[in-house]
Design a protein. Structure first.
Length: 152
């Protein structure tokens, strides 16, 4: 009878862990997007580094300005990746603690709730930083002589 009770508890924990698993899938999608964006920023920076321009020329100043913006964007993406990864790690920890709590009846509900909130706060912060990076990217992009963020 005891093993049936524990089996029911374990199946309940598996049901409880489904939502965090979906959250993990979403975070992995965000990490994929962030990694691709970082790769594109790095590729663009490499192309600009390979240009052989005379220091002091107008084109050199433009490229230097773009490289400065790319470095800023890369920092934002890196922070967002860090925070989203931390969020995923906290979600994994929540799932593990859910199982440990059930197996050993440790009464860790408060810890589980706090860890889940930390995971969500990390995710929110990462997504807000990602929005800032998108804004920087959009502000820099031009259609010919028109800036994407111009109102006209």
């Amino acid at each position: 009878m005891e093993s049936l009770f524990q089996a029911a508890d374990i199946s309940n924990v598996i049901e409880l862990s489904v939502a965090p698993v979906f959250l993990l899938a979403s975070i992995s999608g965000a990490l994929n997007v962030l990694s691709l964006r970082l790769g594109r920023v790095i590729d663009r920076g490499r192309r600009l580094n390979d240009m052989d321009l005379q220091e002091g020329s107008e084109q050199y100043a433009d490229i230097d300005s773009e490289q400065k913006l790319l470095a800023r964007r890369a920092r934002h993406i890196h922070r967002a990746i860090f925070l989203c990864t931390m969020s995923a790690l906290f979600v994994c920890l929540v799932i593990v603690i859910l199982f440990l709590d059930t197996l050993f009846t440790l009464a860790l509900e408060t810890m589980i709730a706090v860890l889940f909130m930390i995971a969500l706060l990390c995710l929110i912060s990462g997504l807000l930083i990602f929005l800032k990076e998108i804004e920087l990217s959009a502000r820099a992009f031009r259609f010919g002589r028109y800036n994407m963020m111009d109102k006209k």
